[in-house]
Design a protein around this ligand. Sequence first.
Ligand SMILES: Nc1ncnc2c1ncn2[C@@H]1O[C@H](COP(=O)(O)OP(=O)(O)O)[C@@H](O)[C@H]1O
Ligand SMILES: [Mg+2]
Length: 467
Amino acid sequence: MRSLRVQFIAFVTVLLVLLLVLLNTYPIISSRDAVLEEKRSSLTGQAAVLSSSLSSLDRLNRESIAEVLRFLDIGGFSRILVTDDEGLVLYDSGGPTGVVTDIPDVYTAITRSQTVFHPLFSDSAFSCGIAMPMSSQGAITGAVYLCEHDAERAEIILSFQSRIRTLSVVIGSFALLTACLFMALIMRRLRELVLSMRVVAAGDYSYRHPIRGQDEIAELGAEFNLLTERLESTEQQRRRFVSDASHELKTPLASIRLLADSIVQNEGMDPATVREFVTDIGNEAQRLQRTTEKLLSLSRLDDTTVKLTPEPVDVKQAALDALVFLRPLAKERQVHIHSELDEGCVVMATQDHIFQIIFNLIENAIKYNVPEGSVILRLQALEDTVQLSVEDTGIGIPEEDRPNIFSRFYRVDKARSREAGGSGLGLSIVHDAVLAYGGSITVGQNKPQGSRFVVSFPLATPEETGI
Ligand SMILES: Nc1ncnc2c1ncn2[C@@H]1O[C@H](COP(=O)(O)OP(=O)(O)O)[C@@H](O)[C@H]1O
Ligand SMILES: [Mg+2]
């Protein structure tokens, strides 16, 4: 693993080195260039004055040149040299006259008739030489050569350089140290987060990462806590579900065993009783089957990997189908069903789920009703929603139970529900199916008594129905 810290510090170091190299070169180079430029112009000016003054002389020799130099008050040079047009030295402040000069710039000046400037910045001094041709009436008559040695300016630049170097070391170390500290701080917080993740991954869903500050790492921690909370609640739900489900399956299985044992142990049992017991066994088995079917249907709704493929469903037709199945039950319970069903209530869902939703709601309205009670089923297409309401005049649901009735296996009156063949899963299926297709469901009290369930679905658009 390439540590983030190493990467970050390497990056900062490279950046710092680049910056410091720039700081150590650019100002020095540019100030040196400025000094050299200034030297070029001052040397050029002085060489021009000297050369033009010398050109006007009739005779050039050591004395006359020294005279002119004195007159012009030219000084401060490390070397002043004047030659004739063949390079023969006529005057030299630092050597003998009468010899041929060995300075190449002087020859270049004479032969090419151009000024040659030679700047040089060595360790401790500037030394610049300039060779300029002398001419009289268009003909080259010789050359002057001035050389200047300036240690003072060089000294200033060198001390400037060393000061920048010291400063660079200080700034560089400080910046690097700060970067390391900063990184160590960030790394510590990241490591804490990783540790928290390990704790949660090991199964402690109640653990919460302590959040400090308001930066991105804190945000990360908060998101992680949110995720853990979700995990915790899912885990709790799962546990409760497993225990509820096993309890729910245990009861009919126990009855089946009891009934079967009774038959086996009582050899002289009369056929009528045996028949009654076996019928009971069949009923319990049927209940088990219903419960497992509902559980399967719920787990299918839960499974987010299975994509539901909605199609246009006519809710009115589904309601009519459900009523065909439920009328016998209503008749048996002496409950009257009234329905007001609008046309054109088409929603995007599956036939099966819409049927289950309506069936469960009406079944409950009949089951938890009273003799001579009634159920009113209304279906309306409002602006862009389809609204289905199921009202009954039955026993109603206590207000404190209402938030729970959509939970799995929740029953207000267990005995009554079981007696009616209920499993406590019907409304969970209704709820999950409604949400799966973008709808909503509410439960309230019916006046003067009973319950009122209202389901809303988005009305299918013409594009969806393809009409
Ligand atoms: N229309 C209703 N009137 C009164 N109580 C109801 C009604 N619908 C549902 N309930 C209550 O909500 C519980 C959950 O309903 P449901 O999930 O369909 O389970 P089941 O019908 O299998 O018992 C029922 O046990 C019942 O107590
Ligand atoms: Mg039910």
